[in-house]
Unconditional design. Structure first.
Length: 480
């Protein structure tokens, strides 16, 4: 049984977003009408609009290789459970991006979510202009997307920073806000003609708490108050970036009538009590959920940065520039979190004994995606699934994982036609470097043999491709 001792600290440390009050699927009749395309199972194809984004994601440091000026390139997490290896050559995506985009296209995907390497673009402090070779590289990536009719979705900050920035801890004291503005201004000016979907920051709370509280990410600190300060600085950086992109990117690259759509990729995790009728467990789940799942988007409404946990330090600050700085909510969904109160251990994060789990021990819980979408819909913004995937090296779980999560999305879209759902981006296109866990966990639709860099489609990739084809066929039959 996977059991983690709970503390308020560990909550923030684990940085698992929480969502309380999630409903439980009690089974019952199949909510979908019988499907003529059996491969779809419970996926209702009629809810997906023709321009639905079907994609796969990568991030620069996890797959490009030789990202030598990145803080992660030299970082070995001191935490005992970590794999302790640098990314090195990773999946050599820097050199193989064109072939990898072919692979993406080959399985019927139309969207490629990727991040630029901040460290390649600005390897040294005080550079007025970014490195021309790095710029030329991302020019080529975007040209390759265009040539293949693939929509790029560009993430500006996916966990990794230039090493000089980390060494000076510029997120801690806020100087990184200006650094990020510089990166954003350049990217929006240069690539606005190619990119319409922008993700400023990936999972800001994971970045802040893993780096400044749990010490499993650079800079490896354990200072709760500083972690909150970093989070507030990320919120400020996001708001500044939002306005820069809206001002600079006025070109509608994909012809859908919108030049720029800007948001973040937010980790959303439903938090539920182990025993639904236990009021104490319910209380903890609710309190935790109130903070981590919603603080970012509450601030979008109020313009107030309000980082208050029931215990520990707190940070409250007016920041009106943050108000209204999201055109969509990017949901990264992997699983739920179950809170149990143990007579001996106190509050623990637990799992049910018979649950199905990934190779990282994470429960497979498709209904949590439906619950997450319901929860996030309260903010009245379009939703976009920016990540969803599973560590599963032999692909024994991924086919059912994909199918069941898509069924939950279609169930949500049927129940909530008032909410715009823009797309589903699977994590990941191919196996890659999984941070403190190294290369063990395999998240790819394509398997990578790191010795030869050979890519092989997993059965789940082919299934995903067939599902998309069946949905496309059904939507064109229906004239969606
Ligand atoms: C992160 C990815 C990571 C994935 C799988 C997400 O939280 O954005 O970088 O590889 O989870 O753990």
């Amino acid at each position: 049984m996977m059991l983690r001792r709970f503390s308020w600290l560990s909550l923030a440390l684990a940085c698992i977003g929480t969502l309380s009050g999630a409903t439980c699927n009690t089974g019952g009749p199949n909510p979908f009408p019988p499907n003529e395309r059996p491969i779809l199972g419970n996926i209702d194809p009629t809810v997906f609009q023709k321009d639905f984004m079907w994609g796969a994601s990568v991030s620069a440091h996890q797959c490009e290789g030789n990202d030598d000026h990145a803080d992660w390139a030299h970082w070995i997490s001191p935490v005992p459970t970590s794999a302790g290896v640098p990314a090195g050559q990773a999946a050599d995506h820097y050199n193989r991006f064109a072939q990898d985009l072919d692979l993406l296209k080959a399985i019927n995907l139309n969207t490629y979510r990727f991040s630029v390497s901040w460290a390649r673009l600005y390897p040294h402090p005080d550079m007025a202009e970014p490195d021309p070779d790095a710029v030329a590289h991302y020019d080529a990536v975007l040209a390759a997307c265009k040539a293949r009719g693939i929509r790029p979705m560009l993430t500006l900050h996916h966990f990794v920073m230039p090493d000089w920035l980390t060494e000076q801890d510029r997120w801690g004291d806020g100087r990184a806000i200006d650094d990020f503005k510089k990166l954003t201004r350049f990217a929006a000016d240069r690539w606005g003609k190619d990119v319409d979907y922008w993700i400023t920051v990936n999972e800001p709370e994971v970045f802040a708490f893993h780096g400044w509280l749990r010490a499993v990410f650079p800079p490896g600190k354990t200072d709760f108050a500083l972690a909150l300060r970093v989070l507030a600085n990320l919120m400020k950086a996001h708001a500044e970036a939002y306005h820069i992109i809206k001002e600079s990117d006025t070109i509608d690259a994909d012809g859908d009538g919108q030049a720029s759509m800007v948001g973040i990729a937010h980790l959303v995790v439903p938090v539920v009590p182990y025993t639904p009728w236990n009021p104490f467990e319910q209380f903890v789940a609710t309190a935790v959920g109130a903070f981590t799942n919603s603080f970012w988007f509450v601030a979008d409404r109020t313009g107030i940065i309000d980082l208050r946990l029931p215990f520990g330090p707190e940070l409250i600050e007016d920041f009106p520039l943050f108000r209204g700085t999201h055109d969509f909510i990017g949901i990264n969904y992997y699983s739920r979190q179950i809170i149990r109160i143990d007579p001996l251990l106190g509050v623990v994060v637990d799992q049910y004994p018979n649950s199905v789990r990934s190779s990282l021990g994470i429960e497979v819980y498709p209904q949590g995606l439906y619950d997450s979408m319901q929860f996030m819909s309260q903010f009245g913004l379009p939703l976009l699934i920016t990540e969803n995937g599973i560590a599963d090296s032999d692909d024994s779980l991924r086919p059912a994982y994909i199918k069941s999560h898509l069924a939950e999305i279609s169930r949500f879209m049927r129940d909530r036609p008032d909410v715009s759902v823009k797309g589903y981006i699977h994590w990941a296109l191919m196996d890659n470097f999984e941070w403190e866990h190294g290369f063990g966990p395999r998240f790819g639709l394509y398997a990578v043999d790191y010795a030869t860099q050979q890519r092989t489609a997993r059965p789940s990739a082919l299934l995903f491709s067939e599902i998309i084809a069946a949905i496309n066929a059904a939507t064109s039959d229906a004239g969606n």
